[in-house]
Design a protein around this ligand. Structure first.
Ligand code: MOS
Length: 758
């Protein structure tokens, strides 16, 4: 009999595990959506509008149609019917740009698709698309940068349902501000930012009678299935979406864009599989971006530094038809204690592609503004930036009037301060030096919603000692394959190497979206329930199979741990491997299904306010002689619940911090005022932070399980790392240079105003 020590019962949760899909990716064996090829596959290339406002007057396809290899040039008159789709409860049927391509002849943004060339090769399709001649009745586009809110009713429709424009209110914020002894009134601006995942968006669509299969790099395959069923009038079960690997998404792949149904319609019209992959420029025009925002913050405080009033009035841009809501007030109502508060928003229509979710939607621009205002007010009060925050720590969620499930924000700040060496900070501008460089130190806080989506999973225990777990969730590069393996290994005691993970297919049990940082939290209860049910089936077999060592035992007397079944009373020292029990019962495998209902979007008032928290301490170096500013060090502390895989977790936060450096210093999608085109729509001109911009990064997790969310206490960490970082960097910049930058990104022109220039 084996001894207790030999039984691998130690859970892999909380240990750093390299991604199980890593070898597939580095060897090129991982197939991304556009890597699939089929006999008779045709290639589609869209024709993009070269105006941002007006009408198509004439579309001349004659020359393009005659080109070699060209199968069709599709446009409004020959694409066939594409219906609209409507969102239901949860994450089903959501399409941020609901107008299907070619629905009418109106052009509302630059790059809108006006025709589609399909040919035998990509090159022929591209040449044909270029040969389509479009004439327009052109009007001046409105891409004005300064935002003035349109006249909107008090409650507006958005892509996710109705929203009250006064989204949170308590006390009398205006009166309390008027009488506050210390005040701050500033406006913060964030530009449009474009997601630039390395893997481009694309669709490969294939029909078999009235059955449709789509390969798409989707962050939400079940949503896409429901959208396509609606758009093509198909029974839900006739649509299959497959997404095995995603080369990241940052939200741009959450909801389908108009190219996807175009590829599906072209495949329908031609009776052949069609592949349509966007060029990088197209992703800047018609595949979402973070909305440009303008936020007025008014804060009032006592001379001792207690907040008495907080008002956030923000305006964001949206496209001509759509209602995407950039919720900059996401974290405002609960993040600090303040008796009088009002958060209110307005919207301004522009001739631009539809904005959409981008990593930490709403909260990231929102916290840039609110945390910047907190830093400025602390400086005005001559209070330490960390102390000022701790002074205003709330006891409960004052917005909802409910307790927090698990909030350790103050501990984040304290640990971060200690690791960073914050106590050595001299608050005087330009006073700190190292190696001939001027240093600036700044800090900011972070918060992001923690919730769960509906999820289902299936677990199989097999007679070779392996376990298979299946769930229709996606891995967008964040480590979901590995998370599912770890959860299954934890529950069954089977080593991670013996767990097979299958995901990314709507044939599998209904999985959650890979968005909102809630995929991990959502799959925990479903996988655990599925594993429990599979183990029940195993114990059934063990107690009923003639000759089984546990024949005629009560199931309650037995336990399953470390991949073995044993008698509870005997302790886990002995037992029989589950594979032996299956073989003895002539079973190849036993299965268990599990599901859990999400809490996101539920109408019931929650008992607890659930969020992740964190903070960033940033250091910049400033060389006044040449006006050169660099981020040189960032320490981040995250309270993200139980961390299932600290290795991938740290990687998530580091990636987000690097993205935040881009947000603070580099990223800005600019629109040409003449033709409305995103000008810098390529990776040479749209600058993101790269390896050379990455400073010394330090990430710490507090690791307090949030057991209100799921049995393991895991929240999500995909987005929290980007919240707040830009405000920490602008605070550090002010500390080094004396320049307050309130419009991102920080530009050299801003820094030339520095009083500490040499
Ligand atoms: Mo995230 S913006 O929900 O992919």
């Amino acid at each position: 009999m084996p001894t207790t020590q030999e039984i691998p019962t130690a859970s892999p949760i909380g240990r750093g595990t390299p991604r199980i899909d890593g070898p597939l990716k580095v060897s090129g064996a991982a197939h991304y959506a556009s890597d699939f090829h089929f006999p008779e596959l045709l290639y589609a290339v869209p024709v993009e509008a070269t105006i941002a406002n007006g009408k198509i007057r004439q579309l001349d396809t004659a020359a393009a149609e005659k080109m070699p290899g060209v199968r069709a040039i599709f446009h409004r008159k020959n694409i066939g019917k594409i219906f609209r789709s409507s969102a239901g409860k949860g994450n089903e049927g959501i399409c941020i740009e609901r107008r299907p391509a070619f629905e009418d002849d109106v052009v509302r943004y630059y790059g809108q698709y006006v025709a589609l060339a399909v040919a035998d090769t990509f090159e022929s399709a591209k040449a044909a698309a270029d040969a389509v001649v479009v004439t327009y009745a052109k009007e001046k586009p409105n891409v004005e940068f300064k935002l003035t809110a349109d006249h909107d009713p008090d409650t507006v429709e958005t892509s996710y349902g109705p929203e009250k424009r006064v989204q949170s209110e308590r006390g009398d914020a205006a009166a309390a501000f008027a009488s506050a002894p210390v005040k701050l009134d500033q406006t913060y601006v964030t530009p449009a930012e474009t997601h630039v995942p390395i893997e481009l968006q694309g669709t490969t669509a294939m029909w078999d009678g009235d059955h449709l299969t789509v390969y798409e790099e989707s962050q939400a395959i079940f949503n896409l299935r429901s959208v396509l069923a609606q758009m093509f009038g198909l029974p839900y079960e006739n649509v299959r979406v497959i997404t095995k690997f995603v080369g990241s998404g940052f939200g741009s792949k959450l909801w389908p864009w108009t190219h996807c149904p175009l590829a599906v319609a072209a495949a329908r019209q031609l009776g052949k599989p069609v592949k349509l992959v966007l060029g990088r420029k197209m992703t800047f025009q018609a595949a979402g971006h973070r909305a440009h925002t303008q936020q007025r913050l008014r804060l009032g405080a006592t001379p001792e530094g207690k907040l008495v009033s907080l008002q956030q009035d923000y305006v964001y841009e949206r496209s001509m038809l759509e209602e995407y809501h950039e919720n900059c007030g996401e974290a405002t109502s609960f993040h600090y204690s303040v008796p009088n508060l009002r958060v209110h928003f307005g919207r301004a229509r522009r001739n631009i592609g539809t904005p959409s979710d981008m990593r930490g939607p709403g909260a990231v621009p929102g916290l840039y503004a609110t945390e910047s205002a907190m830093n400025e007010l602390a400086d005005q009060l001559k209070l330490d930036l960390v102390q000022f925050r701790i002074l205003n720590e709330p006891k409960i969620d004052e917005g909802e009037g409910i307790p927090f499930s698990s909030r350790h924000y103050v501990e984040c700040l304290q640990l971060g301060a200690e690791k960073f060496g914050w106590s050595k900070r001299n608050p005087d501008v330009g006073s700190m030096k190292r190696d001939g460089l001027t240093l600036g130190w700044g800090v900011a806080g972070a918060a992001w919603i923690a919730t769960r989506d509906d999820a289902a999973a299936n677990v199989e225990l097999r007679d070779d000692g392996s376990v298979r777990v299946a769930c229709g969730v996606q891995d967008i590069g964040t480590g979901t394959y590995t998370v599912l393996a770890l959860l299954t290994a934890d529950k069954t005691g089977v080593p991670v190497e013996k767990v097979e993970v299958v995901l990314g297919d709507t044939m599998l049990p209904h999985g959650p979206v890979s968005g909102g940082s809630w995929a991990t939290a959502s799959v925990v209860p479903a996988v655990f329930a599925a594993a429990d049910n599979a183990m029940t089936a195993l114990l059934n077999a063990a107690t009923t199979t003639p000759g089984s060592p546990f024949e005629n035992r009560k199931q309650d007397d037995l336990a399953f741990k470390g991949g073995r079944v044993f008698v509870k009373a005997d302790g886990p020292g002995g037992g029989v491997p589950f594979a032996d029990l299956l073989k003895r019962a002539d079973l190849r495998l036993v299965t268990g299904s599990g599901r859990s209902e999400g809490i996101f979007g539920s109408k019931a008032k929650p008992k607890f306010s659930m969020h992740s928290y964190g903070c960033h301490f940033a250091e910049v170096t400033w060389q006044p002689e040449i006006a050169r500013l660099r981020v040189s060090r960032v320490v981040t502390v995250i309270d993200g619940g139980r961390i299932i895989n600290p290795l991938a977790g740290r990687n998530q936060i580091e990636g987000a911090v690097v993205m935040g450096i881009g947000m603070a210093l580099l990223e800005h999608t600019t629109y040409d005022p003449q033709n409305g085109a995103p000008i810098n729509s390529n990776l040479a001109d749209y600058i993101v932070a790269v390896n050379a911009d990455v400073p010394k990064l330090e990430v710490h997790f507090l690791d307090y399980p949030d057991l209100e969310l799921n049995a393991i206490g895991a929240r999500g960490i995909g987005e929290i790392g980007l919240a707040g970082i830009a405000a920490a960097i602008t605070a550090a910049t002010n500390h080094a240079t004396g320049v307050r930058v309130r419009e991102l990104p920080i530009r050299i022109e801003d820094l030339l105003k520095s009083s500490v220039l040499a």
